[in-house]
Design a protein around this ligand. Sequence first.
Ligand code: 5GP
Ligand code: ZN
Length: 116
Amino acid sequence: MTDPSDCLFCKFVRREIEPVVVGESDLSLAFRDINPQAPTHVLVIPKRHVADAAELTAASAEELADVFALAAQVAADDGLANGYRLVFNTGRDAGQEVFHAHLHLLGARAMTWPPG
Ligand code: 5GP
Ligand code: ZN
């Protein structure tokens, strides 16, 4: 498991590194992805370090729900009334690269399904 002291997203939570923050609650932080795959591409994370969506689900229903609630708030703030996509890449086969759980919020363009 990634040590929280070395975790990039924990550094964002502690503001040792400043991401472009677009939303925050007591339990969660939302910031713009550095390599956006859509005009809106925001990552929503639990402030507490957990590796992935499975660990987040097992750890706390309150923290899991808070991540989704903040994503919905950011989607509304960004005017995504026509829809958006929420994705948790979970594990290496899904392409997860940062092992601090994060919910991708993608929107402001039409999307295809299934993803690659
Ligand atoms: P994953 O592939 O783990 O689901 O997604 C990791 C995401 O983190 C990628 O979309 C990547 O662009 C984003 N990311 C990686 N490093 C940084 C960074 O330093 N700042 C921000 N804002 N996003 C990052
Ligand atoms: Zn972390």
